[in-house]
Ligand binder design. Structure first.
Ligand SMILES: Nc1ncnc2c1ncn2[C@@H]1O[C@H](COP(=O)(O)OP(=O)(O)O)[C@@H](O)[C@H]1O
Ligand SMILES: [Mg+2]
Length: 251
């Protein structure tokens, strides 16, 4: 479980980019952090694995204050898919996926086995893909490698920062579906960042809506649609739902 207790972050010591947020991510759920560009989503995610420290407040992982945990150990228990794709261009697919196990000092036959397993898992048969370089893959394939890499050490937690944001709509749809299938098999605790309302509704067990550094509502998609907590949330979802309804009426 991940818990934020009255967490704030200021980069300049004056304005708060994150303003007193409290929420929980339950074991095994996908919590989607939804909000527009610049509202503080990446900052929130980076505070979980201590790439950034909060200015005030406390974050707990499985009930333990993350400041009291060894940052290296902490990061080993957390898989991270960075915004943008973030593969190392000069490393092959296999080398990209092997980075964390290598850092952890796994024996090479075990790294090799895990790497093959992961590539199968994300539907990139290793015999075809393991030796390729990122620029020899499509955007969707690169994103699959990024997911495989984040899963390499079988972390309990997975943080994903707009992982499908740069993909075309068709590729995005199929990766969303694949991700849901994967998730069912693994039961990881996931924080998934997006600015896409439909993606939030498809993937989120619950959705946390962030607006200008404040949390507007944390609830299931259904609850949000039925009972938006604020006028901002109501308007945000009404637009998307109306567009979907209009589309449905067209066909
Ligand atoms: N390292 C940083 N130093 C100063 N300001 C930053 C830094 N990182 C992000 N910001 C600012 O904090 C705000 C939130 O950024 P971010 O968390 O990246 O938002 P999002 O991921 O929702 O687009 C933005 O106004 C951004 O410019
Ligand atoms: Mg961001």
């Amino acid at each position: 479980m991940i818990a934020f207790d009255q967490v704030s972050k200021s980069y300049d010591g004056v304005s708060r980019v994150i303003d007193n947020i409290s929420f929980e991510v339950l074991k095994g759920e996908i919590l989607v952090l939804l909000g527009s560009s610049g509202c503080g989503k990446s900052t929130t995610l980076k505070m979980i694995n201590r790439l950034i420290d909060p200015t005030s407040g406390t974050i707990y992982l499985n009930g333990k204050d993350i400041r009291k945990q060894n940052p290296v150990k902490l990061r080993r228990s957390i898989g991270y898919v960075f915004q943008g794709i973030g593969l190392f261009p000069h490393l092959s697919v296999q080398e990209n996926v092997s980075i964390v196990p290598r850092m952890l000092g796994w024996p090479s036959h075990q790294i090799h086995k895990r790497c093959r397993e992961l590539l199968e898992l994300v539907r990139l048969p290793p015999e075809n893909y393991a030796q390729r370089f990122p620029d020899e893959l499509s955007g969707g394939q690169q994103q699959r490698v990024a997911v495989a890499r984040a899963l390499a050490s079988d972390p309990a937690f997975l943080l994903m920062d707009e992982p499908f944001g740069a993909l075309d709509a068709i590729t995005r749809d199929s990766l969303q579906q694949e991700f849901l299938d994967l998730k069912q098999r693994f039961a990881k605790t996931v924080v998934f960042v997006t600015h896409d309302i439909v993606e939030a509704l498809i993937l989120g067990d619950r959705i946390a809506i962030l607006h200008e550094g404040r949390l507007e509502q944390v609830a299931t998609g259904k609850e949000i649609l039925q009972q938006p907590a604020t006028p901002f949330v109501r308007d945000l979802f009404a637009k998307s739902v109306n567009r979907l309804k209009a589309l449905k009426d067209t066909f």
